[in-house]
Structure formats: structure tokens, C-alpha cells
Design a protein around this ligand. Sequence first.
Ligand SMILES: NC(=O)c1ccc[n+]([C@@H]2O[C@H](COP(=O)([O-])OP(=O)(O)OC[C@H]3O[C@@H](n4cnc5c(N)ncnc54)[C@H](O)[C@@H]3O)[C@@H](O)[C@H]2O)c1
Length: 335
Amino acid sequence: MTCTLLTGGFGYIGSHTAAILAENNQKFVIVDNFTNCKKDVVNRLEKITKQKVNFFEVDVRDTEALVKIIKENKVTSVIHFAALKSVSDSIMRPLEYYEVNVKGTISLLKAMSYSGLKKFLFSSTAAVYGEPDSCPIDEKHKLNPLNPYAQTKIIIEKILQDISKADNEWSIAILRYFNPIGAHQSGLIGDDPLLKENSNLMPEIIKVVNGSINYLNVFGNDYETSDGTGVRDYIHIMDLSEAHVTALEYVNKNTGLNFFNIGTGKGVSVLELIKTFEKVSGFRIPIKISNRRKGDCAVCFADPKKANDILDWKSNHDLYQMCESAWKFVIKNRI
Ligand SMILES: NC(=O)c1ccc[n+]([C@@H]2O[C@H](COP(=O)([O-])OP(=O)(O)OC[C@H]3O[C@@H](n4cnc5c(N)ncnc54)[C@H](O)[C@@H]3O)[C@@H](O)[C@H]2O)c1
């Protein structure tokens, strides 16, 4: 029986991936220090999975604790979600990002090495491409980090490449996520970060809905895009999470290192997303146009062909369904 360690498994992407692993009868154990998720996620995940969730409140920088967890739970593979993820916060607090993201990953990789564990999925990001030369972006596109957050992910990608070169028994998939939004179909889990600096677009929209802010800041309407606002590749969280199941299968059967873009291949502007959310919810989202944000690019969407072909995975949900599930999460939890 295999057992996958999910670091950061109670966060947004980790919890949805755990739900899908459970649905596929795959065993997992979670390590999370609860810096960016509510403790209540544990109960919610147990409701969804109809099982007791095996977890440890541990920081990934604690190598010794990780070795013990890996050994005692007979872990056979690792998905490493745990990280700090806010672009703007990383510009203000770069050291924290290098500390948690880079040092945390080194600690985890050491724990894996000490335990003879060599199957690894890593949560990277489209932010590694920075301002792309052209779209869609494939995995060979040059890297151009525009902020410390993206820089930490590139450093980790390089470490993983070196590990793979040094020992060809390692099997590593680096998943470069585009922009996950939406929530689990139960409405029990969704994107609900604790750290306020973390906010991606959908959590910000939700803050307007629940009245904690009066309007949505749209950063820049003078980009060279159809309506002037930034264009991103929004992907349903369930599609993104599903990619981990297929990537896990892949690393279990193959060795070596591979990069995969996990996106839909479609670009959607900020205004388009807001309008779709308004249509789904019947709620008007007042906006304020602000200056462009440092570290943001105009257009970014994936060429997901490699993941489509090699992992036999593709996204299935459209923008309307993404907004619908996010809205269901809001209504169900009155967040
Ligand atoms: N959400 C996105 O838009 C997005 C896009 C691209 C890449 N990513 C990457 O995907 C991964 C997961 O993102 P997410 O959106 O689920 O983030 P998240 O913040 O919701 O989840 C991360 C989880 O890791 C935990 N954590 C943080 N530091 C830790 C530490 N030192 N030790 C143990 N646990 C720790 C947090 O408590 C949280 O539960 C991250 O690596 C992120 O950089 C996210």
C-alpha cells in the first residue's frame, strides 16, 4: 500500500488534493503548521472523506520530526505544497520567503534522503516565467522571476534538478500551477487563507461580498489586453488537484525529473472573471482601478500540452463552474 505525505495539506490546494486522493482510495498523511489555514479544515476534510485524517502539526523545517513521520507512516511519496505564496508579501518580507520556501524544502528533501524516499511532486508556479515573451507558455519558456516568491520557486527547481542529476533513482514532477480558483463541490472547503497578505483575486472578491472590504482593487487597466486588465489562466481547483493524482501515478512508474504546466490554456481578464462571478452570484462587485502592481505581468496563460499528453490529464471545468463553486463555498459558510 502506498502512502503519500502532503506537506501543507490543509491549505487551499493541499486539502482539495487530499479529498481527491481519498476518493481514489489512496492513503495519505498531512503535515501542516497551520500558519495559513483554519483548524476547522481538519473536520471539514473528515466530513468529505468520511475518514479520520492522519495529520501532524509540524513545521517542514523540522527535519527530525519529518524523518519520524515518514518512517512511522511508511510514506512512499511526497507532495510538497507547504510554502508562503503571496507575491506582494514576498517583496516586503523576502527573508521569510527564502526561509520557509527554500529552507523548508531543503529540510524536507533531507528527511526524504535520510529515509531513502525518492518520489516527489513539487508545487511550483507560473510566476517563474515572469512577463512571458509570448503566450501560450510552454515549459521551455525562459525563466524570469519578477519577485522573491518566484525566485524561491526557481531556486527549489534548480535544487531538484541537481538532486535528480546526482541520483537517477529520484522521480520528480515539478508542477507549475497557473491560477487556481473555485472550491470543492461539497462547499465545505475552498480558498480561505488566514494570512491577509495572501489574497489572490477570488478571496478578494469574497471579501467584498462579505463586507470586509468595500470595493475590489483592480491593479492596472492600461495593459495591452482586450479590456486593459491583466489576463490569467484560471483553473478550477478540482482540475488542478486531479493533476496531482495523475502526476503521482507518473512518478510512481518513472524516474527522472519533469516539468509540467498545469493550466487550461485559456486566458481570462480580471474584468471577465468579475463579470462572470457577478452573473453567477447576482452580487455586484464594486471595483476601483489602482496602479499596476509591482511584479505583475500583462498576460499569462499556459500551454498545458505536455501534461495533457504525458500525464493524460486535462482541465474539464469552465469559468462559470469555477465561479459557481466559489459562490457555493461563500453561501454555505457565510464567509
Ligand atoms: N494558490 C495559488 O494561486 C498558487 C499558484 C501557484 C503555486 N502555488 C503553490 O502551491 C502551494 C500550495 O498553495 P496554496 O494555495 O494551497 O497555499 P496555502 O497557503 O493555502 O497552503 C499552504 C499550506 O502550507 C502550510 N504551511 C506554510 N508554511 C509551512 C511550514 N513551514 N511548515 C508546514 N506547513 C506550512 C500553511 O499552513 C497552509 O496550510 C504553495 O507552494 C504555493 O506556492 C499556489
